[in-house]
Design a protein around this ligand. Structure first.
Ligand code: G4P
Length: 525
Protein backbone atom coordinates (compact mmCIF):
# COMPACT_ATOMS: atom_id res chain seq x y z
CA UNK A 1 0.00 0.00 0.00
CA UNK A 2 1.57 3.31 -0.99
CA UNK A 3 1.82 6.19 1.43
CA UNK A 4 0.05 8.37 -1.07
CA UNK A 5 -2.96 6.12 -1.11
CA UNK A 6 -3.10 6.06 2.68
CA UNK A 7 -2.83 9.85 2.90
CA UNK A 8 -5.47 10.21 0.21
CA UNK A 9 -7.95 8.10 2.16
CA UNK A 10 -7.18 9.78 5.48
CA UNK A 11 -7.78 13.19 3.90
CA UNK A 12 -11.39 12.31 2.97
CA UNK A 13 -14.24 13.89 4.88
CA UNK A 14 -17.61 12.75 3.58
CA UNK A 15 -20.75 14.23 5.08
CA UNK A 16 -24.32 15.29 4.50
CA UNK A 17 -26.10 18.37 5.70
CA UNK A 18 -29.30 17.54 7.50
CA UNK A 19 -31.86 20.26 7.97
CA UNK A 20 -35.45 21.28 7.49
CA UNK A 21 -36.20 23.18 4.27
CA UNK A 22 -35.25 26.88 4.53
CA UNK A 23 -32.88 26.47 7.47
CA UNK A 24 -30.00 27.49 5.18
CA UNK A 25 -28.53 24.26 3.83
CA UNK A 26 -28.00 25.65 0.32
CA UNK A 27 -26.53 28.88 1.62
CA UNK A 28 -24.02 27.19 3.89
CA UNK A 29 -23.11 24.64 1.18
CA UNK A 30 -22.34 27.50 -1.12
CA UNK A 31 -20.11 29.19 1.43
CA UNK A 32 -18.24 25.93 2.02
CA UNK A 33 -17.71 25.52 -1.72
CA UNK A 34 -16.42 29.07 -1.94
CA UNK A 35 -13.81 28.34 0.74
CA UNK A 36 -12.80 25.26 -1.17
CA UNK A 37 -12.52 27.26 -4.39
CA UNK A 38 -14.93 24.80 -5.99
CA UNK A 39 -17.16 27.63 -7.18
CA UNK A 40 -16.23 31.16 -8.01
CA UNK A 41 -19.48 32.98 -7.48
CA UNK A 42 -21.99 32.99 -4.73
CA UNK A 43 -25.34 32.09 -6.19
CA UNK A 44 -24.17 29.06 -8.16
CA UNK A 45 -25.70 26.39 -5.96
CA UNK A 46 -28.77 28.49 -5.39
CA UNK A 47 -29.25 28.86 -9.13
CA UNK A 48 -28.91 25.11 -9.55
CA UNK A 49 -31.53 24.57 -6.92
CA UNK A 50 -33.97 26.76 -8.81
CA UNK A 51 -32.95 25.28 -12.14
CA UNK A 52 -31.53 28.45 -13.60
CA UNK A 53 -28.02 27.11 -13.92
CA UNK A 54 -27.25 25.50 -17.24
CA UNK A 55 -23.85 26.50 -18.47
CA UNK A 56 -21.51 23.58 -18.21
CA UNK A 57 -21.36 20.57 -20.46
CA UNK A 58 -22.48 17.98 -18.01
CA UNK A 59 -25.65 19.91 -17.46
CA UNK A 60 -26.27 19.62 -21.18
CA UNK A 61 -25.66 15.89 -20.99
CA UNK A 62 -27.95 15.60 -18.05
CA UNK A 63 -30.60 17.57 -19.84
CA UNK A 64 -30.39 15.32 -22.88
CA UNK A 65 -30.53 12.27 -20.74
CA UNK A 66 -33.22 13.77 -18.62
CA UNK A 67 -31.32 12.91 -15.50
CA UNK A 68 -30.96 15.55 -12.91
CA UNK A 69 -28.16 14.76 -10.53
CA UNK A 70 -27.54 18.43 -9.92
CA UNK A 71 -25.63 18.97 -6.73
CA UNK A 72 -26.17 15.38 -5.57
CA UNK A 73 -22.53 15.22 -4.57
CA UNK A 74 -20.12 18.10 -4.31
CA UNK A 75 -16.41 17.75 -3.83
CA UNK A 76 -13.74 20.28 -2.95
CA UNK A 77 -10.25 20.49 -1.50
CA UNK A 78 -9.57 22.59 1.54
CA UNK A 79 -6.62 22.81 3.88
CA UNK A 80 -5.23 19.40 2.95
CA UNK A 81 -8.64 17.67 3.07
CA UNK A 82 -10.82 16.41 0.27
CA UNK A 83 -14.39 17.13 1.27
CA UNK A 84 -17.40 15.33 -0.20
CA UNK A 85 -20.81 16.83 0.57
CA UNK A 86 -23.79 14.65 -0.23
CA UNK A 87 -27.11 16.31 -0.82
CA UNK A 88 -30.14 15.17 1.15
CA UNK A 89 -33.13 16.35 -0.89
CA UNK A 90 -36.04 17.72 1.06
CA UNK A 91 -39.41 19.33 0.25
CA UNK A 92 -41.25 17.31 -2.33
CA UNK A 93 -38.05 15.38 -3.21
CA UNK A 94 -37.88 13.77 0.22
CA UNK A 95 -37.68 10.01 -0.22
CA UNK A 96 -35.99 6.89 1.09
CA UNK A 97 -33.03 7.91 -1.03
CA UNK A 98 -32.63 10.88 1.28
CA UNK A 99 -32.30 8.47 4.21
CA UNK A 100 -30.05 6.09 2.27
CA UNK A 101 -27.67 8.92 1.47
CA UNK A 102 -26.98 9.03 5.20
CA UNK A 103 -25.72 5.44 4.97
CA UNK A 104 -22.95 6.68 2.69
CA UNK A 105 -21.52 9.44 4.87
CA UNK A 106 -19.08 9.40 7.77
CA UNK A 107 -20.57 12.36 9.60
CA UNK A 108 -23.44 14.84 9.39
CA UNK A 109 -23.82 18.56 9.77
CA UNK A 110 -27.14 19.64 11.21
CA UNK A 111 -28.19 23.15 10.22
CA UNK A 112 -30.85 24.66 12.48
CA UNK A 113 -32.72 27.91 11.92
CA UNK A 114 -32.19 29.54 15.30
CA UNK A 115 -35.60 31.20 15.14
CA UNK A 116 -37.39 27.92 14.55
CA UNK A 117 -35.36 25.42 16.52
CA UNK A 118 -35.53 21.72 15.72
CA UNK A 119 -38.03 21.07 12.94
CA UNK A 120 -39.67 17.94 11.64
CA UNK A 121 -37.42 16.96 8.77
CA UNK A 122 -34.28 17.61 10.81
CA UNK A 123 -35.64 15.26 13.44
CA UNK A 124 -36.25 12.46 10.93
CA UNK A 125 -32.79 12.76 9.40
CA UNK A 126 -31.21 13.06 12.82
CA UNK A 127 -32.79 9.74 13.86
CA UNK A 128 -31.18 7.98 10.92
CA UNK A 129 -27.78 9.45 11.82
CA UNK A 130 -28.22 8.26 15.40
CA UNK A 131 -29.10 4.81 14.16
CA UNK A 132 -25.68 4.70 12.53
CA UNK A 133 -23.88 6.31 15.45
CA UNK A 134 -22.11 8.82 13.24
CA UNK A 135 -20.79 12.14 14.58
CA UNK A 136 -23.19 15.06 14.23
CA UNK A 137 -22.06 18.68 14.15
CA UNK A 138 -24.62 21.44 14.70
CA UNK A 139 -24.68 24.86 13.06
CA UNK A 140 -27.21 27.27 14.60
CA UNK A 141 -27.92 29.54 11.68
CA UNK A 142 -29.38 33.00 11.03
CA UNK A 143 -27.95 34.72 14.09
CA UNK A 144 -28.27 37.98 12.18
CA UNK A 145 -32.00 37.61 12.83
CA UNK A 146 -33.77 37.58 16.13
CA UNK A 147 -34.08 33.95 17.17
CA UNK A 148 -34.67 31.79 20.21
CA UNK A 149 -32.33 32.36 23.17
CA UNK A 150 -29.20 30.19 22.72
CA UNK A 151 -29.75 28.34 26.00
CA UNK A 152 -33.22 27.40 24.82
CA UNK A 153 -31.74 26.04 21.57
CA UNK A 154 -29.31 23.88 23.52
CA UNK A 155 -32.16 22.61 25.70
CA UNK A 156 -34.06 21.65 22.54
CA UNK A 157 -31.15 19.56 21.32
CA UNK A 158 -31.29 17.64 24.53
CA UNK A 159 -35.06 17.44 25.00
CA UNK A 160 -36.27 17.03 21.43
CA UNK A 161 -33.36 15.07 19.97
CA UNK A 162 -31.91 13.54 23.10
CA UNK A 163 -28.32 14.44 22.30
CA UNK A 164 -25.90 16.21 24.58
CA UNK A 165 -24.14 19.23 23.21
CA UNK A 166 -21.02 21.26 23.62
CA UNK A 167 -21.13 24.85 22.32
CA UNK A 168 -17.82 25.53 20.61
CA UNK A 169 -18.78 29.18 20.54
CA UNK A 170 -21.51 31.38 21.94
CA UNK A 171 -23.28 34.36 20.38
CA UNK A 172 -22.85 37.90 21.60
CA UNK A 173 -26.33 39.30 20.97
CA UNK A 174 -28.41 38.42 17.95
CA UNK A 175 -30.55 40.01 15.26
CA UNK A 176 -29.91 43.73 14.90
CA UNK A 177 -27.70 43.53 17.96
CA UNK A 178 -25.59 40.62 16.77
CA UNK A 179 -22.02 41.53 17.64
CA UNK A 180 -20.19 38.28 17.07
CA UNK A 181 -19.30 35.02 18.76
CA UNK A 182 -17.31 34.17 21.81
CA UNK A 183 -15.16 31.33 20.52
CA UNK A 184 -14.50 28.93 23.40
CA UNK A 185 -12.60 26.55 21.21
CA UNK A 186 -10.16 29.01 19.63
CA UNK A 187 -10.03 31.30 22.62
CA UNK A 188 -10.99 34.42 20.75
CA UNK A 189 -13.91 36.67 19.95
CA UNK A 190 -14.95 36.78 16.33
CA UNK A 191 -16.51 40.13 15.69
CA UNK A 192 -19.44 40.44 13.32
CA UNK A 193 -19.04 43.35 10.98
CA UNK A 194 -21.39 43.59 8.04
CA UNK A 195 -19.54 43.73 4.71
CA UNK A 196 -16.14 43.92 6.33
CA UNK A 197 -15.29 40.34 7.14
CA UNK A 198 -14.64 38.95 10.59
CA UNK A 199 -12.18 40.40 13.01
CA UNK A 200 -10.60 38.13 15.59
CA UNK A 201 -9.83 39.41 19.06
CA UNK A 202 -7.71 37.11 21.27
CA UNK A 203 -8.80 36.37 24.83
CA UNK A 204 -6.55 36.53 27.87
CA UNK A 205 -6.05 33.66 30.31
CA UNK A 206 -9.21 34.63 32.17
CA UNK A 207 -11.16 34.26 28.95
CA UNK A 208 -11.72 37.99 28.52
CA UNK A 209 -10.79 40.63 25.99
CA UNK A 210 -7.67 42.40 27.23
CA UNK A 211 -7.74 46.17 27.86
CA UNK A 212 -10.24 48.61 26.47
CA UNK A 213 -12.44 47.48 23.66
CA UNK A 214 -15.73 48.96 22.44
CA UNK A 215 -17.34 45.51 22.68
CA UNK A 216 -16.80 45.56 26.43
CA UNK A 217 -19.03 48.59 26.80
CA UNK A 218 -22.04 46.68 25.60
CA UNK A 219 -24.17 44.86 28.12
CA UNK A 220 -24.31 42.03 25.62
CA UNK A 221 -20.66 41.13 26.06
CA UNK A 222 -21.15 40.83 29.82
CA UNK A 223 -24.22 38.73 29.33
CA UNK A 224 -22.23 36.41 27.06
CA UNK A 225 -19.46 36.12 29.66
CA UNK A 226 -22.06 35.17 32.28
CA UNK A 227 -23.56 32.54 30.02
CA UNK A 228 -20.17 31.13 29.08
CA UNK A 229 -19.35 30.90 32.78
CA UNK A 230 -22.55 28.96 33.28
CA UNK A 231 -21.61 26.64 30.41
CA UNK A 232 -18.14 26.13 31.86
CA UNK A 233 -19.56 25.23 35.23
CA UNK A 234 -22.77 23.39 34.45
CA UNK A 235 -22.43 22.39 30.80
CA UNK A 236 -21.02 19.25 29.27
CA UNK A 237 -17.30 18.80 28.95
CA UNK A 238 -15.82 18.58 25.50
CA UNK A 239 -14.77 15.07 24.56
CA UNK A 240 -13.46 14.22 21.11
CA UNK A 241 -14.31 10.54 21.76
CA UNK A 242 -17.92 11.29 22.56
CA UNK A 243 -18.15 13.43 19.44
CA UNK A 244 -16.72 10.56 17.40
CA UNK A 245 -19.28 8.15 18.90
CA UNK A 246 -22.11 10.50 17.98
CA UNK A 247 -23.06 11.08 21.62
CA UNK A 248 -22.03 14.72 21.89
CA UNK A 249 -22.70 17.31 19.22
CA UNK A 250 -20.37 20.30 18.95
CA UNK A 251 -22.51 23.40 18.40
CA UNK A 252 -21.48 26.41 16.35
CA UNK A 253 -23.39 29.67 16.02
CA UNK A 254 -23.28 31.82 12.92
CA UNK A 255 -24.96 33.30 9.93
CA UNK A 256 -24.49 31.50 6.65
CA UNK A 257 -25.97 34.30 4.60
CA UNK A 258 -23.41 36.84 5.79
CA UNK A 259 -20.73 34.14 5.79
CA UNK A 260 -20.14 34.64 9.46
CA UNK A 261 -18.81 31.77 11.54
CA UNK A 262 -18.81 29.37 8.59
CA UNK A 263 -15.05 29.12 8.22
CA UNK A 264 -14.60 28.81 11.97
CA UNK A 265 -17.08 25.97 11.80
CA UNK A 266 -15.36 24.32 8.83
CA UNK A 267 -11.93 24.41 10.46
CA UNK A 268 -13.17 22.80 13.67
CA UNK A 269 -15.36 20.36 11.81
CA UNK A 270 -12.42 19.08 9.77
CA UNK A 271 -10.40 18.66 12.93
CA UNK A 272 -12.93 16.39 14.61
CA UNK A 273 -14.84 14.75 11.77
CA UNK A 274 -13.65 11.23 11.03
CA UNK A 275 -12.03 9.92 7.86
CA UNK A 276 -13.62 6.80 6.31
CA UNK A 277 -14.11 4.02 8.87
CA UNK A 278 -14.16 0.23 8.47
CA UNK A 279 -17.53 -1.19 7.41
CA UNK A 280 -19.12 -4.48 8.33
CA UNK A 281 -19.49 -7.12 5.67
CA UNK A 282 -20.10 -10.85 5.36
CA UNK A 283 -16.29 -11.21 5.41
CA UNK A 284 -15.90 -9.14 8.60
CA UNK A 285 -14.80 -5.52 8.77
CA UNK A 286 -13.46 -4.04 5.55
CA UNK A 287 -10.63 -1.62 6.17
CA UNK A 288 -10.83 1.56 4.07
CA UNK A 289 -7.07 1.34 3.68
CA UNK A 290 -7.11 -2.15 2.22
CA UNK A 291 -5.99 -2.32 -1.37
CA UNK A 292 -8.90 -4.09 -3.01
CA UNK A 293 -11.61 -1.82 -4.26
CA UNK A 294 -15.06 -2.17 -2.72
CA UNK A 295 -18.15 -0.04 -2.44
CA UNK A 296 -21.92 -0.16 -2.34
CA UNK A 297 -24.77 1.41 -4.27
CA UNK A 298 -26.76 3.68 -1.98
CA UNK A 299 -28.92 5.48 -4.50
CA UNK A 300 -30.15 5.02 -8.03
CA UNK A 301 -31.32 8.05 -9.88
CA UNK A 302 -33.87 6.86 -12.40
CA UNK A 303 -34.25 8.60 -15.68
CA UNK A 304 -37.63 10.22 -15.99
CA UNK A 305 -37.27 10.55 -19.75
CA UNK A 306 -39.00 7.57 -21.39
CA UNK A 307 -36.63 7.69 -24.38
CA UNK A 308 -33.70 6.90 -22.12
CA UNK A 309 -33.87 4.00 -19.75
CA UNK A 310 -30.42 4.56 -18.28
CA UNK A 311 -29.89 5.62 -14.73
CA UNK A 312 -27.07 6.67 -12.46
CA UNK A 313 -26.02 4.38 -9.64
CA UNK A 314 -24.29 6.24 -6.82
CA UNK A 315 -21.51 4.22 -5.25
CA UNK A 316 -19.81 4.97 -1.97
CA UNK A 317 -16.26 3.65 -2.10
CA UNK A 318 -15.44 1.76 1.12
CA UNK A 319 -11.95 0.49 0.38
CA UNK A 320 -9.19 0.61 -2.17
CA UNK A 321 -8.96 2.71 -5.25
CA UNK A 322 -11.30 3.02 -8.17
CA UNK A 323 -9.67 3.24 -11.57
CA UNK A 324 -11.65 3.83 -14.70
CA UNK A 325 -12.02 0.74 -16.81
CA UNK A 326 -11.42 -1.67 -13.94
CA UNK A 327 -13.30 -4.94 -13.71
CA UNK A 328 -15.39 -5.53 -10.63
CA UNK A 329 -17.65 -8.22 -9.24
CA UNK A 330 -21.26 -7.67 -8.34
CA UNK A 331 -21.73 -10.62 -5.95
CA UNK A 332 -25.56 -10.43 -6.01
CA UNK A 333 -25.67 -11.28 -9.69
CA UNK A 334 -22.43 -13.23 -9.72
CA UNK A 335 -21.12 -11.23 -12.66
CA UNK A 336 -18.07 -9.21 -13.60
CA UNK A 337 -18.66 -5.68 -14.83
CA UNK A 338 -16.23 -3.25 -16.44
CA UNK A 339 -16.51 0.20 -14.89
CA UNK A 340 -15.85 2.47 -17.81
CA UNK A 341 -18.65 4.95 -17.80
CA UNK A 342 -18.26 6.77 -14.54
CA UNK A 343 -18.47 10.31 -13.27
CA UNK A 344 -17.10 12.17 -10.33
CA UNK A 345 -18.84 15.13 -8.87
CA UNK A 346 -17.42 18.59 -8.72
CA UNK A 347 -19.50 21.60 -7.91
CA UNK A 348 -19.14 23.42 -11.19
CA UNK A 349 -18.36 20.63 -13.55
CA UNK A 350 -19.01 16.96 -13.79
CA UNK A 351 -16.04 15.21 -15.22
CA UNK A 352 -15.22 11.66 -16.04
CA UNK A 353 -13.56 10.25 -13.01
CA UNK A 354 -10.27 8.43 -13.52
CA UNK A 355 -9.46 7.65 -9.91
CA UNK A 356 -11.20 7.80 -6.59
CA UNK A 357 -10.53 6.29 -3.17
CA UNK A 358 -12.37 5.21 -0.01
CA UNK A 359 -14.73 7.93 1.11
CA UNK A 360 -15.39 9.23 -2.40
CA UNK A 361 -18.61 8.83 -4.33
CA UNK A 362 -18.70 7.83 -7.97
CA UNK A 363 -21.63 7.76 -10.33
CA UNK A 364 -21.99 4.82 -12.71
CA UNK A 365 -24.18 5.04 -15.76
CA UNK A 366 -26.40 2.03 -15.41
CA UNK A 367 -28.67 0.26 -17.79
CA UNK A 368 -30.25 -1.96 -15.17
CA UNK A 369 -27.29 -3.83 -13.70
CA UNK A 370 -27.40 -2.44 -10.20
CA UNK A 371 -29.84 -2.43 -7.32
CA UNK A 372 -29.80 -0.26 -4.26
CA UNK A 373 -27.66 -1.93 -1.62
CA UNK A 374 -25.49 -3.83 -4.13
CA UNK A 375 -21.90 -4.46 -3.11
CA UNK A 376 -19.20 -4.05 -5.72
CA UNK A 377 -15.78 -5.58 -5.16
CA UNK A 378 -12.54 -6.13 -7.00
CA UNK A 379 -10.11 -8.95 -6.35
CA UNK A 380 -10.99 -12.47 -5.32
CA UNK A 381 -13.09 -11.69 -2.25
CA UNK A 382 -16.79 -11.88 -2.90
CA UNK A 383 -18.25 -10.37 0.23
CA UNK A 384 -21.32 -8.22 0.68
CA UNK A 385 -21.68 -5.19 2.92
CA UNK A 386 -24.34 -5.11 5.60
CA UNK A 387 -27.81 -4.70 4.21
CA UNK A 388 -29.20 -1.18 4.14
CA UNK A 389 -31.81 -0.77 6.87
CA UNK A 390 -35.53 -0.67 6.31
CA UNK A 391 -36.94 2.80 6.86
CA UNK A 392 -40.32 3.42 8.39
CA UNK A 393 -42.79 4.55 5.73
CA UNK A 394 -45.23 7.29 6.60
CA UNK A 395 -47.35 7.68 3.47
CA UNK A 396 -49.47 4.98 1.92
CA UNK A 397 -51.50 4.31 -1.20
CA UNK A 398 -53.55 1.34 -2.30
CA UNK A 399 -52.38 0.21 -5.71
CA UNK A 400 -53.88 -1.95 -8.45
CA UNK A 401 -53.50 -2.51 -12.17
CA UNK A 402 -55.74 -0.36 -14.34
CA UNK A 403 -56.10 -3.13 -16.85
CA UNK A 404 -56.93 -6.48 -15.28
CA UNK A 405 -55.69 -8.22 -18.41
CA UNK A 406 -52.20 -6.94 -17.69
CA UNK A 407 -51.74 -8.37 -14.22
CA UNK A 408 -48.52 -10.10 -15.21
CA UNK A 409 -46.57 -6.97 -16.05
CA UNK A 410 -48.09 -5.30 -12.99
CA UNK A 411 -46.76 -8.01 -10.65
CA UNK A 412 -43.38 -8.09 -12.38
CA UNK A 413 -42.99 -4.32 -12.17
CA UNK A 414 -43.99 -4.15 -8.52
CA UNK A 415 -41.71 -7.01 -7.60
CA UNK A 416 -38.69 -5.45 -9.27
CA UNK A 417 -39.26 -1.90 -8.08
CA UNK A 418 -39.84 -3.09 -4.53
CA UNK A 419 -36.72 -5.24 -4.66
CA UNK A 420 -34.75 -2.29 -5.92
CA UNK A 421 -35.86 -0.28 -2.90
CA UNK A 422 -37.82 2.31 -4.85
CA UNK A 423 -40.86 1.75 -2.65
CA UNK A 424 -42.12 -0.61 0.11
CA UNK A 425 -44.88 -3.13 -0.43
CA UNK A 426 -47.41 -4.35 2.13
CA UNK A 427 -50.45 -6.60 1.89
CA UNK A 428 -53.50 -6.28 4.09
CA UNK A 429 -54.05 -9.54 5.99
CA UNK A 430 -57.72 -9.96 5.26
CA UNK A 431 -58.23 -8.78 1.71
CA UNK A 432 -54.64 -9.18 0.51
CA UNK A 433 -54.82 -5.74 -1.03
CA UNK A 434 -51.55 -4.18 -2.16
CA UNK A 435 -50.43 -1.12 -0.25
CA UNK A 436 -47.35 0.90 -1.07
CA UNK A 437 -45.47 2.73 1.64
CA UNK A 438 -43.06 5.63 1.21
CA UNK A 439 -41.43 8.37 3.24
CA UNK A 440 -42.14 11.03 0.62
CA UNK A 441 -44.72 11.65 -2.09
CA UNK A 442 -42.03 11.62 -4.79
CA UNK A 443 -41.58 7.87 -4.40
CA UNK A 444 -45.19 7.25 -5.54
CA UNK A 445 -44.71 9.48 -8.56
CA UNK A 446 -41.50 7.75 -9.57
CA UNK A 447 -43.18 4.37 -9.04
CA UNK A 448 -46.16 5.25 -11.22
CA UNK A 449 -43.92 6.65 -13.93
CA UNK A 450 -41.58 3.69 -13.99
CA UNK A 451 -44.42 1.16 -13.95
CA UNK A 452 -45.79 2.78 -17.07
CA UNK A 453 -42.52 3.32 -18.87
CA UNK A 454 -40.50 0.30 -17.90
CA UNK A 455 -43.20 -2.31 -17.39
CA UNK A 456 -45.95 -0.96 -19.60
CA UNK A 457 -48.34 -1.11 -16.67
CA UNK A 458 -50.79 1.66 -15.87
CA UNK A 459 -51.66 1.70 -12.19
CA UNK A 460 -54.47 3.10 -10.10
CA UNK A 461 -53.30 4.56 -6.81
CA UNK A 462 -55.77 5.45 -4.09
CA UNK A 463 -54.48 7.74 -1.38
CA UNK A 464 -54.64 6.35 2.11
CA UNK A 465 -52.64 9.19 3.60
CA UNK A 466 -50.17 9.19 6.44
CA UNK A 467 -49.95 6.39 8.96
CA UNK A 468 -47.78 5.52 11.91
CA UNK A 469 -46.13 2.18 11.09
CA UNK A 470 -45.00 -0.23 13.79
CA UNK A 471 -43.75 -3.74 13.21
CA UNK A 472 -44.82 -6.61 15.47
CA UNK A 473 -42.15 -8.60 17.29
CA UNK A 474 -42.38 -12.33 16.66
CA UNK A 475 -44.21 -14.18 13.93
CA UNK A 476 -47.77 -14.30 15.13
CA UNK A 477 -50.49 -11.87 16.02
CA UNK A 478 -54.23 -12.03 16.47
CA UNK A 479 -55.53 -10.93 13.08
CA UNK A 480 -58.80 -9.81 14.68
CA UNK A 481 -56.95 -6.83 16.11
CA UNK A 482 -56.99 -5.34 12.64
CA UNK A 483 -59.43 -2.49 12.04
CA UNK A 484 -59.47 0.79 10.18
CA UNK A 485 -57.58 2.65 12.93
CA UNK A 486 -54.97 -0.07 13.33
CA UNK A 487 -54.71 -1.89 10.05
CA UNK A 488 -52.75 -5.14 10.14
CA UNK A 489 -50.52 -5.78 7.15
CA UNK A 490 -47.61 -7.98 6.16
CA UNK A 491 -44.45 -6.57 4.65
CA UNK A 492 -42.72 -8.21 1.72
CA UNK A 493 -40.78 -10.50 4.01
CA UNK A 494 -44.01 -11.71 5.63
CA UNK A 495 -43.45 -9.74 8.85
CA UNK A 496 -46.55 -8.31 10.52
CA UNK A 497 -46.94 -4.57 10.97
CA UNK A 498 -49.76 -2.27 12.07
CA UNK A 499 -50.58 0.95 10.27
CA UNK A 500 -52.04 3.26 12.89
CA UNK A 501 -54.21 6.21 12.03
CA UNK A 502 -52.09 8.49 14.22
CA UNK A 503 -49.91 8.56 17.33
CA UNK A 504 -52.98 8.58 19.50
CA UNK A 505 -54.30 5.37 17.93
CA UNK A 506 -50.86 3.82 18.48
CA UNK A 507 -50.83 4.69 22.18
CA UNK A 508 -54.42 3.51 22.63
CA UNK A 509 -53.54 0.19 21.01
CA UNK A 510 -50.43 -0.21 23.16
CA UNK A 511 -52.51 0.42 26.27
CA UNK A 512 -55.14 -2.11 25.29
CA UNK A 513 -52.74 -4.76 23.99
CA UNK A 514 -49.67 -4.74 26.19
CA UNK A 515 -48.77 -8.27 25.10
CA UNK A 516 -48.33 -7.21 21.46
CA UNK A 517 -44.76 -5.92 21.26
CA UNK A 518 -44.36 -3.24 18.62
CA UNK A 519 -41.20 -1.65 17.30
CA UNK A 520 -40.02 1.03 14.94
CA UNK A 521 -36.82 -0.03 13.12
CA UNK A 522 -35.69 3.59 13.05
CA UNK A 523 -35.67 3.78 16.85
CA UNK A 524 -33.17 1.00 17.24
CA UNK A 525 -29.54 1.80 17.66
P1 G4P B 1 -32.39 25.42 2.42
O1 G4P B 1 -31.38 25.04 1.37
O2 G4P B 1 -32.11 24.82 3.74
O3 G4P B 1 -33.80 25.24 1.99
O4 G4P B 1 -32.23 26.98 2.71
P2 G4P B 1 -31.56 28.14 1.85
O5 G4P B 1 -30.10 28.11 1.99
O6 G4P B 1 -32.16 28.19 0.51
O7 G4P B 1 -32.07 29.37 2.71
C1 G4P B 1 -33.44 29.65 2.93
C2 G4P B 1 -33.64 31.14 3.12
O8 G4P B 1 -32.97 31.54 4.31
C3 G4P B 1 -33.06 31.97 1.99
O9 G4P B 1 -33.86 33.14 1.87
C4 G4P B 1 -31.71 32.36 2.53
O10 G4P B 1 -31.21 33.54 1.95
C5 G4P B 1 -32.03 32.56 3.99
N1 G4P B 1 -30.85 32.39 4.84
C6 G4P B 1 -29.93 31.39 4.85
N2 G4P B 1 -29.00 31.62 5.79
C7 G4P B 1 -29.35 32.76 6.41
C8 G4P B 1 -28.75 33.53 7.46
O11 G4P B 1 -27.73 33.21 8.02
N3 G4P B 1 -29.42 34.68 7.80
C9 G4P B 1 -30.56 35.10 7.21
N4 G4P B 1 -31.11 36.22 7.62
N5 G4P B 1 -31.13 34.41 6.20
C10 G4P B 1 -30.53 33.26 5.81
P3 G4P B 1 -34.98 33.28 0.77
O12 G4P B 1 -35.54 34.65 0.93
O13 G4P B 1 -35.91 32.13 0.84
O14 G4P B 1 -34.20 33.09 -0.53
P4 G4P B 1 -33.37 34.17 -1.32
O15 G4P B 1 -34.41 34.93 -2.05
O16 G4P B 1 -32.64 34.98 -0.30
O17 G4P B 1 -32.48 33.38 -2.17
Amino acid sequence: MSNNFKNDVLSRRTFAIISHPDAGKTTITEKLLLFGGAIRDAGTVKAKKTGKFATSDWMEIEKQRGISVTSSVMQFDYSGFRVNILDTPGHQDFSEDTYRTLMAVDSAVMVVDSAKGIEEQTMKLFKVCRMRGIPIFTFMNKLDRQGKPPLELLAELEEVLGIESYPMNWPIGMGKEFLGIYDRFNNRVEQFRVDEGSRYIPLNKDGEIEGDHPLKNTGLYDQTLDEVLLLNEAGNEFSAERVAEGNLTPVFFGSALTNFGVQTFLDAYLKFAPPPKPRNSTAGEIDPLSENFSGFVFKIQANMNPAHRDRIAFVRICSGKFERGMNVNVPRIGKQVKLSNSTSFMAEERSTVEEAVSGDIIGLYDTGTYQIGDTITSGKDQFQFEKLPQFTPELFVKVMAKNVMKQKSFYKGIEQLVQEGAIQLFKTVRMEEFLLGAVGQLQFEVFEHRMKNEYNSDVIMERIGSKVTRWVEGDSVNENLSNSRSLLVKDRYGKYAFLFENEFALRWFEDKNPDVKLYNPMDMH
